[in-house]
Design a protein around this ligand. Structure first.
Ligand SMILES: [Fe+2]
Ligand SMILES: [Fe+2]
Length: 534
């Protein structure tokens, strides 16, 4: 029996709400049916099979810093029976997606072996049944065959199955979380698994309880919580109200760094939040801004690109109801490696999504946001859904470049002619980067030589590349960010630098060089606030 005094209750600020897909942490490639299918067969099932056959190898590997982020499950060699059950359930319940994954591989093989420059019409008869009607076969101008997926249709087919979705509720007490791309979230005594689709309004209602209290009698029935978990669910609420948010009221601008590539800019009565990835609030020695440090209404959320550390569903879903407009880069329309961010956000319940493309401008009352080309950092794959943004706020100009890699300085010469100088430059310098297969491997249907893979990395700017932009745009402030160093992001980043790691030495060099020339420069870590004069 749960006793309650009838006082209104708030959701505690450290209630962790993890979106899951068949118990795997949801990230952007697990939403579109086609990329989900490939990740289920080529990532999840392979890791589960490997764990079942040699759990102790995984237990050893996760302790080895050199193997950080590798395909090793973090359960200390235990819980093998549960992983077996998850594997069996996945094979049974997701048979159609397993078929889709095979069909994508088969279609690729078919095109490579039979499409030699002649009409592709006869090949339609050989498209595997599960894919029929969802793809168009094409050549490029060099007669290399390929296909495009008609994404809006595939989301409206039985292949997009919301029953895979759930959320896990628990109380976060520290930054310590396993790497989610390799470890599924098995049930535990202190976690409540709630079988709701991500688009459910009940999730917005739950999150709204962080700032608007309601009586327990109104809260308890909104989500399908089982009776045996209701006592635990009650402990996720408190009577204490959160501290109220104080929006920036000046006539200039204020920006705050929330960690990694997450920056909030407030100016002219509007708020712009880039690449939201937020920590929960709990006792810690490392100060940070959290969910509680956001305005009630976020006018614009802007996404730079579709990597799991920049499109973080765990954060996005918790902000959904307070976002005015979400700005995303337009995708290449139908390529397996470039799913539409707009469609996948729509599928999980977002509206007011605006797609932008290179050099498009969004007017705001005291300036504008200009979308700029974002080169590189995608292993030379044809991925279009990536943008840097120039924010013009009054007389201030801030260039938010995320992981853009200056592999072609001539591009920035052209861009400079279009937009002129920049005051503050935010640049990611993760210049080593993971090899292509780390992220895109499951999408490949043919093996790639190791040396090729190693040569095509998800790498951001090094010193030479970054300093070229600093000089060309006559930047007066330089902020290295998006380095994956905040410990509360270990579950999606798996990065640990030392003082001799290239991202650190190259960014140190940039900072020292800038400072020697009177340019304000620093590498952001944890939290930071800068006020800009009117
Ligand atoms: Fe990236
Ligand atoms: Fe990144």
């Amino acid at each position: 029996m749960i006793t309650t005094n009838g006082h209104p209750l708030y959701l505690r600020p450290n209630v962790q709400i993890e979106p899951l897909i068949d118990l795997w942490y949801a990230w952007a490639h697990l939403i579109p049916p086609h990329t989900a299918a490939r990740n289920i067969t080529e990532r999840h099932l392979k890791i589960m099979e490997s764990y079942i056959s040699a759990p102790e190898v995984h237990a050893t590997a996760v302790k080895n810093p050199k193997l950080l982020g590798g395909p090793f499950m973090d359960y200390g060699g235990k819980r093998v029976d549960e992983i077996k059950a998850l594997r069996d359930r996945t094979k049974k319940d997701r048979a159609q997606l397993l078929e889709l994954s095979s069909a994508l591989a088969a279609l690729n093989t078919l095109l490579l072996s039979q499409a030699k420059g002649f009409s592709l019409q006869p090949a339609y008869a050989q498209i595997p049944p599960v894919l029929k009607g969802y793809v168009e076969l094409v050549y490029d101008l060099n007669n290399f065959p390929g296909f495009r997926i008609i994404e809006p249709l595939i989301y409206r087919s039985p292949l997009y199955d919301q029953s895979m979705q759930s959320v896990a509720l628990s109380l976060a007490a520290s930054d310590d979380r396993p790497f989610v791309l390799s470890t599924p979230r098995l049930p535990s005594d202190d976690t409540i698994d709630v079988p709701v689709p991500f688009a459910a309004e009940a999730l917005d209602q739950l999150v709204a309880l962080k700032t608007t209290a309601a009586p327990w009698t109104a809260i308890r029935d909104r989500l399908p919580i089982s009776d045996d978990r209701m006592q635990l669910f009650r402990t996720f609420f408190q009577e204490e109200a959160p501290k109220p948010y104080e929006p920036y009221a000046g006539s200039g601008a204020r920006w705050r760094y929330f960690g990694h590539a997450c920056i909030l800019i407030e100016t002219g009565g509007l708020s712009f939040l880039f690449d939201p990835v937020l920590s929960y609030s709990y006792e810690t020695t490392l100060p940070r801004y959290t969910y509680e440090d956001l305005p009630d209404r976020i006018d614009y959320v802007l996404i730079t690109h579709n990597h799991q550390d920049h499109v973080l569903f765990e954060t996005l879903l918790q902000l959904r109801a307070r976002i005015g407009t979400i700005v995303v880069p337009r995708s290449g329309a139908g390529q397996l490696q470039d799913p539409s961010i707009k469609l996948l956000l729509e599928a999980v319940g977002f509206d007011s999504i605006v797609e932008m493309t290179e050099l498009e401008e969004l007017k705001t009352p005291n300036g504008s946001v200009v979308a700029l080309p974002f080169l590189g950092e995608h292993s030379d794959l044809d991925v279009r859904s990536k943008l840097a943004y120039l924010v013009r706020a009054g007389r201030h100009r801030l260039l938010v470049a995320a992981d853009s890699c200056n592999i072609e300085p001539a591009l920035y010469a052209h861009v400079h002619r279009q937009i002129g100088d920049v005051d503050a430059f935010f640049v990611g310098m993760e210049c080593d980067g993971a090899p292509m297969t780390w992220l895109y491997g499951p999408l490949l249907t043919r093996r790639i030589e190791r040396q090729m893979d190693e040569s095509r990395r998800l790498a951001g700017c090094n010193y030479d590349q970054a300093v070229d932009i600093v000089n060309r745009f006559h930047c007066r402030e330089v902020y290295v960010y998006a380095m994956g160093q905040e410990p509360w992001l270990n579950h999606v980043m798996s990065l640990k630098y030392t003082e001799t790691s290239r991202p650190i030495t190259e960014s140190n060099r940039l900072i020292a060089d800038c400072r020697s020339r009177g340019i304000c420069a620093e590498r952001l870590f944890g939290e930071r606030e800068i006020l800009l004069d009117p």
